[in-house]
Design a protein around this ligand. Structure first.
Ligand code: ADP
Length: 257
């Protein structure tokens, strides 16, 4: 982990058009190389936070910096330039089901290839080689020619990770990436994030449900409750008292191994 701050969020507010105040003055910093996990009950604002960081959502108030640059209100080409450096993996994979695995990975590179070349499937060899390399990182190069919808959930999520890797992101955001998977597959998918974090030094910010996964993979944790940070620290610091504070008195911890 370096000492350089990759993401700085300062007094971030997000009010949706329907009036929902999803983030209420969130501030934190992320250092390069961290594996930061965001936890909190459903509806606490985790997804909104990630989507503000990569500007899929427009922040209502506050400031977001990426590698020291204020990106809060960037538009057009400048915004796309930043978004190319920030990969995103979603709960439901968001693959193009009828396309092959290779085509799905190459889709992560579309912004860099001319529309005409991408329409005729004409990607430079270097990019295709890179796509295979990304599939190797997630352990499924042999699936390159298979239709995405023929894969299991865990394999589809690995394709989605490969699609984000082809951008060579400095920051990888993952929004509940294992919430649709069974426990064994969840751990296997999380191990790819861990490997990417450790081997390539890619900073990861990941929303997670299960505390056992948080304890195993996070280098640091923040907890959101009703749009505000209520905990920031090491995974080992989340004891019974903090657990009840974050999830409520009625909550019970469910283990996933
Ligand atoms: P989490 O990821 O922790 O489940 P979300 O960020 O999805 O939380 O949601 C935070 C709050 O914002 C919730 O009350 C949710 O209903 C609301 N919300 C999320 N997305 C939208 C949207 N597009 N329009 C209006 N309200 C939204």
């Amino acid at each position: 982990m370096s000492n350089r701050t990759i993401v700085s969020v300062e007094n971030l507010h997000k009010v949706y058009d329907n009036g929902t105040h999803a983030l209420k003055g969130v501030s934190f910093e992320v250092k390069e190389g961290e594996f930061l996990v965001v936890i909190g009950l459903s509806g606490s604002g985790k997804s909104t936070l990630l989507r503000c960081i990569n500007r899929l959502h427009e922040p209502s108030h506050g400031k977001i910096e990426f590698l020291g640059k204020d990106i809060t209100h960037l538009r057009g080409r400048e915004l796309r330039n930043i978004q190319k450096q920030i990969g995103m993996v979603f709960q439901h994979f968001n693959l193009i089901p009828r396309k092959t695995v290779l085509e799905n990975v190459l889709a992560g590179k579309l912004a860099s290839v001319s529309t005409w070349n991408s329409l005729i499937g004409n990607f430079p060899k270097t990019i295709v080689d890179d796509a295979y390399r990304c599939l190797e990182i997630v352990g499924i190069p042999e699936k390159a020619g298979v239709r995405a919808d023929a894969l299991s959930g865990g394999q589809q999520q690995r394709v989605a990770i490969a699609r984000s890797l082809i951008q060579h992101p400095k920051l990888l955001l993952a929004d509940e990436p294992v919430a649709s998977l069974d426990p064994a597959t969840s751990n296997s998918v999380m191990q790819y994030f861990e490997r990417i974090n450790k081997e390539f030094g890619t900073t990861i910010i990941c929303n997670l449900h299960f505390l056992s996964l948080v304890r195993r993979y996070a280098t640091r944790v923040i907890a959101l409750k009703a749009g505000q940070i209520v905990f920031e620290g090491l995974p080992t610091e989340i004891d019974e008292k903090w657990f009840k504070e974050i999830y409520g008195e009625e909550a019970m911890e469910v283990e996933i191994r």
